[in-house]
Design a protein around this ligand. Structure first.
Ligand code: F0G
Length: 456
């Protein structure tokens, strides 16, 4: 087979700066050893997130110029609404400035103290929004999802038995909705099968519980279904995406991922009461319902990006780059979550740094080592992001200690990936010298963004 090439040419460039090792050491110290507090220009390869960091197409840039910036009922809104409806087939469409705004309004309008929200795995902002209104966010990931080395096709699936138990224990009246995150970011960027979405929907229907899809990476999930699930090989990704949404009653979306936009999100639903309640708060928080916190040009860009993400050749290339990295890591014996995720490779920092105890945050040790070695910025998904406290305020480590290398869409080329592999290999070789960290400052919510560390 020939090399799978980037299905685009580069028309505009953005310089990358490479700092010296000692400059990186100073930068990290100044950032209190938290890479979220680094200046982006001090990062050579920035894999902090695939969110809002993608490159737009010529079509998208061109569309910005014809955008309609009217406050109400703009032409750009009509294009946005038509695109979102063509894919989701939902009656009500509300733009939001990004995914978490949709989550927050959904949580505030539908949840109350003591409620329970099941999900395969909540993303951190989703969990925080559920907990902020006094509800409980419960993760019901299937057993496969916890076995980092097991090569099964749909490790993002929800465990149906756990879901049934959750409903039996809490009562359906305590569960205003259930969520499914596709692909499952927190659990390693792993996909959810159509069969699992259907099964979850069946169980929920028996109890009158609505299903809300967290659709950030819906196109990548559709691609995985196309490649891995029987019966979908001949179907276009658009058709697969529509089938996914046909099982849902509502969806939240961050267009910063599979909307191929730098900002934006939406909420869609079929229920009139849900829509009415959502709209009231949307106007208060985000803006008039036909722009919802976005400029007309953002609406234009998203209306195109949502479909570009469903382009089969684009998905083939994207997955080829992620698998390329996975194959090299495997050859080097470096521990990572298998199979590779849709938007990212997740290194297993527990196995990478077995000498660092969980509450010395091996993930932070690895993230900082990658930065110091080669200016690569990654992110910890472990005890800093997901650690909990018990009744005595004692910290409980997270079940998994992962480091995510998330890939911006259409941004880095194969030589960037080769450089990345060299950096990881060097860190792997010197892993015995890597130490853990302790937290010296932390806020109440979403501490990973702004907390300070010091080396142990
Ligand atoms: N849900 C999932 C599964 C996500 O991955 C994200 C964002 C959100 C919701 C919230 O969307 O950022 O537009 O408010 N994930 C980014 C990440 C930040 O790096 O994975 P948002």
């Amino acid at each position: 087979m020939r090399t799978i090439i980037e299905p685009f040419r580069i028309k505009m460039t953005e310089p990358i700066r490479q700092l010296s090792r000692s400059d990186r050491e100073n930068a990290l110290k100044k950032a209190h050893y938290n890479v979220f507090l680094l200046d982006a220009e001090d990062c050579c390869i920035d894999l902090l997130t695939d969110s809002g960091t993608g490159a737009m197409s010529t079509e998208q840039w061109a569309a910005m110029m014809v955008s309609d910036e009217s406050y109400a009922g703009s032409k750009s809104w009509k294009k946005f609404k038509a695109a979102v409806q063509e894919i989701t087939n939902m009656r009500h469409v509300f733009p939001t400035h990004q995914g978490r705004a949709a989550e927050s309004i959904l949580a505030e309008t539908r949840l109350k103290k003591g409620d329970v929200v099941p999900n395969n795995s909540h993303f951190d902002t989703t969990r925080a929004n559920v907990e902020y209104v006094g509800a409980r966010a419960v993760d019901l990931l299937g057993e496969d999802g916890f076995d980092l080395a097991r090569e099964t096709p749909f490790k993002g699936n929800m465990d149906i038995e756990k879901l049934e138990r959750c409903i039996a224990e809490n009562g359906a009246e305590k569960i205003p909705f259930c969520m499914m995150t596709v692909t499952n970011n927190t659990g390693g960027g792993q996909p959810v099968s159509m069969a699992n979405i259907r099964e979850v929907k069946n169980v929920l229907s028996n109890h009158g519980i609505p299903l809300v899809i967290d659709a950030c990476r819906y196109a990548e999930n559709a691609y995985f279904i196309h490649e891995r699930e029987a019966g979908y090989k001949e179907k276009p990704l658009l058709e697969i995406a529509r089938e996914m949404f046909s099982n849902a009653d509502a969806a939240t979306m961050s267009c910063k991922k599979d909307g191929l936009a730098n900002i934006g999100g939406f909420f869609v639903c079929n229920d009139d009461q849900w829509a009415n309640d959502f709209q009231n708060l949307l106007i208060l928080r985000e803006g008039f319902p036909t722009y919802g916190g976005l400029a007309g040009r953002d609406l234009e860009v998203i209306a195109i990006g949502l479909f570009e993400a469903l382009d089969y050749d684009y998905q083939v290339y994207r997955h080829a780059t992620v698998e390329y990295l996975g194959r090299k890591l495997q050859r080097l014996g470096i521990p990572f979550v298998r199979p590779v995720g849709g938007h990212a490779v997740f290194l297993d920092s527990k196995a990478f740094l077995p000498h660092v105890p969980p509450l010395h945050y091996p993930g932070i040790g690895l993230v900082n080592a990658l930065y110091l070695e080669g200016g690569v910025r990654s992110v910890e998904l472990g005890s800093v992001m997901f650690g909990r406290k018990d009744q005595d305020e004692k910290e409980i480590p997270a079940p998994l200690e992962l480091v995510r290398l998330a890939f911006p869409r259409r941004v880095y080329t194969q030589s960037h990936f080769d450089y990345l592999i060299e950096v990881i290999e060097e860190v792997w070789r010197n892993r015995k010298d890597i130490r853990g960290y302790r937290i010296t400052y932390q806020p109440q919510f979403l501490r990973h963004f702004t907390c300070h560390f010091e080396p142990v």
